[in-house]
Design a protein around this ligand. Sequence first.
Ligand code: AMP
Ligand code: GLY
Length: 424
Amino acid sequence: MKILLVGSGGREHALAWKLAQSPSCETLYCAPGNPGIESVATCVKIDAEDVEGLTAFAVANKIDLVVVGPEGPLVAGLASSIAAAGIPVFGPSTMAAQLEGSKAFMKDLCAKYGIPTAAYGRFTDFEKAAAFIETRTPPIVVKTDGLAAGKGVLICMTHKEAREAAQGMLSGQSFGKSGTEIIIEQFLDGEELSYFALADGKTVLPFGSAQDHKRAFDGDKGPNTGGMGAYSPAHMMNAELEDKILARIITPTVEAMAREGAPFTGVLFAGIMVVKGEPLLIEFNARFGDPECQTLMMRLQSDLVEILNAGARGHLAEIKDQVRWAPDIALCVVMAANGYPGTYVKNTPIQNLDEAAKARDAIIFHAGTARNEKGEIMSTGGRVLGITARGKTVEDARKGAYATADMIEWPEGFYRRDIGARAL
Ligand code: AMP
Ligand code: GLY
């Protein structure tokens, strides 16, 4: 098969690495890709959000399957455009991607179909938002309706803070258009995990769990980030909890989307808060998590091309029982540029990558890198590398990932030293 993967982050490097291992993968293109992805795919210089350009490329190159990594292109209509050109695509339609693209859509769907989530109100008017805030007990969670790269959620400890958050969002000052509608919701106090399921519009294929580390610094201190590390499976996960998540949240959502005329094809990534043993939905994403995906791909033992192709063609029921996972733990340590998630340094050289990759049993997934004229690897993004290792225990996986991370010479970067600590 000729496959086109869209995206350029660590998640896409992990997907490319796994897709390329499949005997059915004849040619793998990645647009736009990155220097890590180059080692397993042909990178094509088309922007991930260039819907027309990517559709034209897929048609011209007779692509058999398109896999879309990030949410931006999905919300912008890439999967719908590829499908309209008659090419199977793994990723939700524009309408189905609203599960991630609009928190108001997601919350209203939950309310309509009885899917457990935090109580909420949605607002476009500041006076009404402020009046609602007065009726709540802090902490109060204020969120942008639209995409905000994981930054559109503020947990406010006072009414005043919540009013200021609402004002900043609604005025367009803090998040532009993403924040001109907001959700104000109840704070859920529990432990968080990421749950993944694939869907083909009707069938649900459970696809594992992970735990992310969202804060920038050790001990869960510092600002929220896109994720500084992850491990899979989540240590809290057990068969009973998984059954509850599937029965109360995932399956009802896939059924609801079909009933609403927006069947969901792709990855349904649920952010779950477990409160006294009961799962509540925090948010949906319409894609794999990054860096959670890196850990899932390390553990997946089945053929990813077969799985995603079945998803894209509506045949998940046929392969559902054949998917196998390593019983191990996989753990990913993210190396980020100094300053991230604020303003960070760019274009700094990263050295000793080849030696680090050879020396240990960890995979170095590239997330924010580019080659300079001399062919050297430079940092370009906030999150730059994801060092991922497998082990029989969390401790083993940590040792593997950190041994490799410690060999990488990049003085302008930093990483947390405590990924997986909660599971020990
Ligand atoms: P989201 O972008 O919706 O995943 O929110 C980012 C982070 O904010 C989540 O991963 C949670 O840690 C936190 N969060 C969001 N909503 C709530 C809530 N209702 N209660 C507690 N924490 C929340
Ligand atoms: N790591 C969280 C996310 O991908 O949204």
